[in-house]
Design a binder for this molecule. Structure first.
Ligand code: XLS
Ligand code: NI
Ligand code: NI
Length: 443
């Protein structure tokens, strides 16, 4: 990939980031992510399909509930919306190509300021900026991993979009949804994401949950039918999150989403986009969410970040915990990777990280963490006794009556007879410490 600049270079102090290996002291080099290195039959680039996100990296300036963001972005200087949007896109593609990121993602409103546009005006703005994005994609080879619609920031969506109790508001959201799907298809987006923004409730006293969930299903069916009619063959992803902004989000976690998709006949078109920090907010591990998704044939994509052990909100920090990355990549590799998606950095530098180069450092660290996790997970799976030890715990289900049981061929009467004959079964250690030590050994 070669660096693609616009009229101006926004990050002149940083060149293209290359792999230099773990002995390099260059902070602007990958220590582990070597895109052409083959691990378990595929290159790292093919396994991980890294993606940069527009919202945290080029829009959010570090604001928090106590004050505006201190991060200063030169691409915000132009006074008209179109020039700001093209400057931001120049900066974004400079960044993607300097980072060697094969993909990017956006919300419709990240691309160009919505201001108080009508549906028609916003459609025209999106036409303008997606024409420009097309040129940038062609010039760089960077592709659109997924597009989505921001149906949660504008105050009109305070009660939700697809689950809004007021049909005219739901329809207004539908108009924006259609524009975002059109923009994604125009840019050959490989997937389309639904993160449930304000699809949830704050108080059940004023909420008809069944009506809202029936509407959510109808909303998703409508979107899918429209996109398919336009020739879109990619996946739709639901991104689970248990809370924030609403007290209770309907797409709580992967298991909840799996039940919902099956109930409403959406399971063939929709998969999940699992975000690390959303998993931890649901009191799960990232690894747990990946496993539930993999076992239900739903493992579509990943929003990479991390939470904070002491805070209970979506801090969206860059991933840096190797032990957790290894545990997650064990599931990822055994599942054969992602179905259609990639590893998107839904992560932001800290409010106090105000140098322009800091966003490079965040992504380098995150990419290296995943790369390192991938290498180590593959070694554990191929060199250690990990799989064998895990299989041993279930050995008694591999043949005889145990196998018959799994296959549903044993009645409770027969089970009781076997159980009575067994007497007091022998004690089987779970050996968790041994498994943990194996992980450590390979790190
Ligand atoms: C918010 C979500 C959001 C989605 C895209 O918590 O992670 O950023 O990824 O709408
Ligand atoms: Ni996300
Ligand atoms: Ni999030």
């Amino acid at each position: 990939m070669s660096v693609v600049l616009g009229d101006k270079e926004f990050f002149p102090s940083v060149g293209q980031i290359k792999y230099e290996g773990r002995d390099s002291d260059n902070p602007f080099a990958f220590k582990w992510y070597d895109e052409n290195r083959v691990v378990a039959g595929k290159t790292m680039k093919e396994w991980l399909r890294f993606s940069g996100c527009y919202w945290h990296t080029f829009c959010g300036q570090g604001h928090d509930p106590f004050g505006p963001g201190p991060q200063r972005f030169e691409w915000n200087n132009p006074s008209d919306a179109k020039s700001r949007a093209t400057a931001k896109m120049d900066a974004a593609f400079e960044f993607f190509t300097k980072m060697n990121l094969p993909y990017y993602c956006f919300h419709d409103v990240d691309l160009i300021d919505e201001e108080d546009s009508s549906v028609e005006e916003f459609g025209k703005k999106l036409d303008f900026i997606t024409d420009y994005a097309k040129q940038k994609q062609d010039a760089s080879g960077v592709k659109l991993l997924w597009g989505t619609s921001n149906l949660f920031t504008n105050p009109r969506y305070m009660n939700g979009a697809g689950t809004n109790p007021h049909f005219p508001t739901l329809a207004r959201a539908g108009a924006q949804l259609k524009l975002a799907i059109d923009a994604t298809i125009k840019l050959n987006g490989e997937n389309y994401v639904f993160w449930g923004g304000r699809e949830g409730y704050v108080s059940l006293l004023n909420t008809n949950m069944k009506q809202e969930l029936d509407n959510l299903a109808a909303w998703l069916h409508t979107a899918k039918d429209y996109a398919r009619k336009q020739g879109f063959t990619g996946n739709f992803f639901i991104e689970p999150k248990p809370m924030e902004p609403t007290k209770h989000q309907y797409d709580f976690d992967t298991a909840t989403v799996a039940g919902f998709l099956n109930k409403y006949g959406l399971q063939d078109d929709f998969k999940v986009n699992i975000e690390v920090n959303h998993a931890t907010l649901a009191n799960h591990t990232f690894q747990h969410e990946l496993q539930v998704a993999a076992d239900n044939n739903l493992l579509g994509s990943i929003d990479a970040n991390r939470g904070d052990y002491q805070n209970a909100w979506d801090t969206d920090q860059f991933p840096n915990n190797v032990n957790e990355a290894v545990e997650a990549m064990l599931v990822f590799v055994e599942a054969g990777g992602l179905q259609g998606g990639g590893v998107n950095f839904d992560a932001k530098t800290r409010r106090e990280s105000t140098d322009m180069e800091d966003i490079f450092l965040g992504h380098i660290g995150g990419m290296d963490t995943f790369a390192r996790g991938l290498i180590i997970a593959d070694e554990i799976l191929t060199k250690s006794r990990y799989k064998e030890l895990r299989a041993q715990r279930y050995e008694t289900f591999q043949s005889g009556k145990g196998k018959d049981f799994t296959e549903g061929k044993i009645s409770l009467e027969e089970l009781a007879e076997i159980g009575a004959a067994v007497g007091e079964p022998e004690q089987m250690s779970g050996k968790q410490e041994l498994f943990e030590n194996i992980v450590n050994q390979y790190i």
